[in-house]
Write a protein that binds this ligand. Structure first.
Ligand code: G1P
Length: 294
């Protein structure tokens, strides 16, 4: 059988961003900047670096700024050209030149599973990636690329996972897994079961699902048959549990550092770490931090 490639990346971005009010009252949370780049752009760049050449963003009301961001901004380009600000012009152009982005609107925020189901027509009958932009993963080899390598071998769905200690596990989809023999060593597991946001005492393990998925197109039928779950939403985790009855699925403990930028403290930490890594800002920012009386 011909090996399938992951070419399409889906970004659910219709959520209301209530965790970040009031900043997200009139602005999508995906557009909040980490240093000077909107959160969603980190994810789009990761998808491209991992071999995806088609980006699909699932948007909703109030998300226009995302579309404008990846579009050409004639007025801004003209102004920068006139003022000979060529460095900035290059940055601005590189975003719209980056890749073709398509949009589908999710009319109501009915859950992550519902958002992914909106991608059905555009994705068609091929494997695809789902990236939750809130989870920004800083890694030498992009997290999705690491997962693509697993997919290329296994030709099965692959979920990113990370150990989460303590009660915080209840904020995640949680996996029940068994070890597998593979060239990926102890990073790869076969998934036996999964549950969305269990109580800490009910969590089957401390392995949480992180916002990177490679899914086979069979997920769409599963999602279409998934009843409403936790929080009254159509949960992707519930759909994937149905998929598990039909196909093998794997969990991969990626190498990298994840920031939950949907959380205020996580956002602040990410901002500090990314700023410290910047060539132009790192040194003066480090000096500034050192001088704080903490
Ligand atoms: C979503 C998923 C959850 C996953 C998490 C990763 O939850 O439903 O299974 O563990 O993303 O960030 P959310 O953070 O949207 O509540």
């Amino acid at each position: 059988m011909k090996k399938m490639k992951v070419r399409k990346a889906v970004f659910p971005a219709a959520g209301l961003g209530t965790r970040f009010l009031p900043a997200t009252k009139a602005q999508p949370k995906e557009m909040l900047p980490l240093v000077d780049k909107p959160i969603i752009q980190y994810g789009v760049e990761e998808a491209m670096a991992s071999g995806c050449d088609q980006i699909l963003i699932i948007t909703g009301r109030g998300k226009q700024a995302i579309e404008d961001h990846f579009d050409v901004s004639y007025e801004l380009e003209r102004m920068l050209e006139d003022r000979k600000k060529l460095d900035l012009l290059k940055i601005v152009r590189s975003i719209s030149d980056m890749i073709h982005v398509a949009y589908v609107r999710q009319k109501e925020a009915l859950g992550l599973g519902h958002a992914v189901l909106m991608a059905r027509e555009m994705v068609g009958n091929e494997p695809f990636a789902v990236l939750l932009a809130d989870d920004v993963i800083d890694a030498k080899v992009p997290c999705l690329q690491q997962m693509v390598e697993v997919f290329d071998q296994k030709q099965c769905s692959v979920l990113a996972t990370q150990v989460i200690e303590g009660k915080m596990i209840s904020s995640y989809g949680v996996l029940d897994v068994k070890p597998v023999d593979s060239p990926f060593g102890d990073r790869l597991f076969e998934i036996k079961n999964m549950v969305e946001k269990p109580r800490p005492e009910d969590a089957p393990s401390n392995l949480a699902i992180i916002g990177r998925y490679i899914l086979t197109p069979a997920i769409f039928d599963c999602l279409a048959n998934t009843p409403t779950g936790a929080g009254g939403e159509l949960q992707l985790t519930d759909g994937m549990r149905l998929l598990l009855q039909k196909e093998k699925m794997y969990a991969y403990v990626y190498e990298g550092r994840r920031h939950d930028t949907g959380d205020k403290l996580g956002f602040l930490k990410a901002t500090v770490e990314f700023a410290l890594k910047r060539e132009d800002l790192g040194d003066p920012f480090r000096e500034y931090l050192k001088g704080l009386q903490l």
